[in-house]
Design a protein around this ligand. Structure first.
Ligand code: UDP
Ligand code: MG
Length: 317
């Protein structure tokens, strides 16, 4: 029977974990005789780690990884993927918005011949502002990258072992699971699922954090901003050229004296602004290149429980 691993990134979710564990074990027991649940504590400030360690003490199928600080959800997931060995790997949120009870359906779909099955949350139970920003982001992301992004798809998914093995070879710092699995190109399906309200606690994605995430996802998957600035440069140069011609003709034909100061100062500020903006765009890419070339580990582990079987994988970081 195929084994199943469930990878759960955890950031300040101490009040959700016990229920999640109970519901997951019920569901998984019906599916397989070999499963593991990998909780990755992404530097929580609450009691999440104590709860994880407690669950691991009762249930040896629970593995706990504790990162040294908050690295971000996708880095947490990376740590989990590096330390799980199921034939099928499920990724889900800890806050019970992704329902463990949907796993059998996702898995059944995957067995029809898909390496990735994405849960599609028909009616997302997030507050309006966060749904709105996701929607805008999905549009902007598709424009810049040419990749279709569905805002109804989150991280909840089932992936085959070969997808996970390939993901593990992708060690870029800018991690954005959606874009990475799309890039791999294995057969992918979507399955509509029910989405629940957060069971307890609150979202860790503020508007500011969502903005930063959106920016890095676009920079990670597109060089279009660079191409656009080149085009903009040529466009402005073209306009200046036309205007120059117009000024010369006017001087020769109509003998108009040098016009005033305003047009000069306006274009000066305009061009100045554009130069600063485009330099900034180049700077952002340069900074990304710089941080990738450092090749730092993607996460740092502080503690582990019940991970004996997956020891020796740390050098993969
Ligand atoms: N998460 C994480 N590290 C972070 C932020 C979030 O591991 O820095 C986890 C969080 O515990 C949850 C999942 O990522 O399991 C999704 O986070 P959240 O529910 O806050 O996002 P939302 O559902 O509001 O988009
Ligand atoms: Mg959530």
């Amino acid at each position: 029977m195929a084994s199943i691993s469930v990878v759960v990134p955890v950031y300040n979710e101490d009040s959700c974990l016990r229920e999640l564990h109970a519901r997951l074990t019920d569901t998984l027991a019906a599916l397989t005789d070999r499963h593991e649940i990998v909780f990755v504590d992404d530097g929580s400030r609450d009691n999440s780690w104590t709860v994880i360690a407690g669950l691991a003490a009762q249930d040896n199928r629970v593995r706990g990884l504790r990162l040294s600080r908050n690295f971000g959800q996708h880095h947490g997931i990376t740590a989990g993927l590096d330390h799980c060995d199921g034939d099928w790997v499920v990724i889900m949120d800890a806050d019970l918005q992704d329902r463990p009870e949907e796993i059998p359906r996702l898995l059944a779909r995957a067995r029809e011949g898909y390496d990735v099955v994405l849960a599609q949350r028909g009616r997302r139970r997030h507050p309006l502002p966060s749904r709105l920003t996701s929607w805008v982001f999905a549009r902007v992301f598709s424009y810049f990258t040419g990749m279709v992004r569905d805002e109804q798809v989150g991280t909840f998914r089932v992936m085959s072992r070969r997808v996970v093995e390939n993901l593990r070879r992708m060690r870029e710092q800018l991690r954005f699971l959606g874009g990475m699995t799309d890039w791999l190109g294995f057969p992918t399906a979507k399955l509509p699922v029910r989405h629940d309200q957060r069971a307890a606690g609150r979202t860790s994605y503020s508007l500011r954090r969502r903005w930063l995430l959106a920016k890095s996802a676009i920079v990670a998957y597109s060089d279009k901003p660079l191409a656009l600035t080149v085009r903009l440069g040529f466009f402005i140069a073209g306009l200046a050229f036309l205007y120059g011609g117009f000024v010369v003709v006017r001087a020769l034909v109509h003998r108009v004296a040098v016009p005033g100061w305003s047009s000069l100062i306006v274009s000066l500020y305009f061009i100045g602004g554009i130069i600063i903006a485009t330099l900034g765009i180049v700077g952002i890419y340069l900074e990304r290149t710089f941080s990738e070339t450092k090749r730092r580990p993607l996460y740092v582990l502080k503690e582990m429980v019940n991970t004996a079987g997956s020891a020796g994988r740390d050098e993969q970081q």
